[in-house]
Design a binder for this molecule. Structure first.
Ligand SMILES: [Zn+2]
Ligand SMILES: [Zn+2]
Length: 109
């Protein structure tokens, strides 16, 4: 069985590993500080290309990287990216807000 590649990305603040993405023939597994793993079947050529180029903006577009700050263009570890879970008034999980060390924030559902 050919080809299992692990791409590692360091925290833009402390340089510890913040995220890794494992690419195989049939899946992409994203290991971020906030989600254990997300699997996608049959990663497209576009995703493979973005990974080879370590193009975080493209990867974020395809894979929704919760530890990535588009404004900084960097990923951050769990110590530096802050996650806040937002709930609807009725108590249901709504989305989460992620704030980078430079106080850029965005919400991901
Ligand atoms: Zn860090
Ligand atoms: Zn930022």
């Amino acid at each position: 069985m050919a080809g299992k590649n692990v791409f590692r990305f360091k925290c833009g603040k402390c340089r510890k590993e913040a995220m890794n993405i494992t690419l195989t023939e049939k899946s992409v597994i994203v290991q971020s500080p906030f989600k254990e793993s997300v699997k996608y079947s049959k990663p497209s050529a576009k995703i493979r290309k973005a990974l080879r180029e370590r193009n975080l903006h493209a990867l974020d577009y395809y894979l929704e990287l919760d530890c990535f700050c588009p404004e900084c263009g960097k990923v951050y570890c769990g110590n530096h990216m802050k996650q806040e879970i937002n709930f609807e008034a009725d108590g249901w999980y709504d989305d989460a807000t992620f704030t980078c060390p430079k106080k850029h924030s965005r919400s991901i559902g």
